[in-house]
Design a protein around this ligand. Sequence first.
Ligand code: SF4
Ligand code: SF4
Length: 137
Amino acid sequence: MVRIKIIPDKYEKELSQIKKISSEMINDCMQCGKCTAGCPASSGMDILPHQIIRHLQLGQFDKVIESKTIWSCASCFTCAARCPRGVDLARLMEAIRLIILRQKGNNRLKVKDIGHLMTDEKMPQQAIVSALRKYSK
Ligand code: SF4
Ligand code: SF4
């Protein structure tokens, strides 16, 4: 029997980085949709949370990084609490954001700049949460 590979290798490096940063097993997701059903931010997302994981399973990292969903995620961890397979989607979202920022070379936020950024109403709340996580350890 001839096996046909349907998952492209193009984003293998990024997908392995996501696994390394998040420590999550993308293929454990069974697409039940419970994460999306409980997500308080899903109405503002162009790709729903469970669909983000499906794109990752299919190696479609380009679709994920083009989506505004990863920046709409509030890191509330509701999805992680509801997942019957123990997949922490919030950690995956954070890993994706980190990879994008690193690729853009924009991960050099300085501690002294954070206070100023928090007064900017247009600043995505996710950026502030990430900055606090990064510098509070
Ligand atoms: S709740 Fe878990 S298993 Fe279900 S779709 Fe979301 S990540 Fe996948
Ligand atoms: S962590 Fe993000 S994706 Fe998960 S429920 Fe909260 S807002 Fe939705």
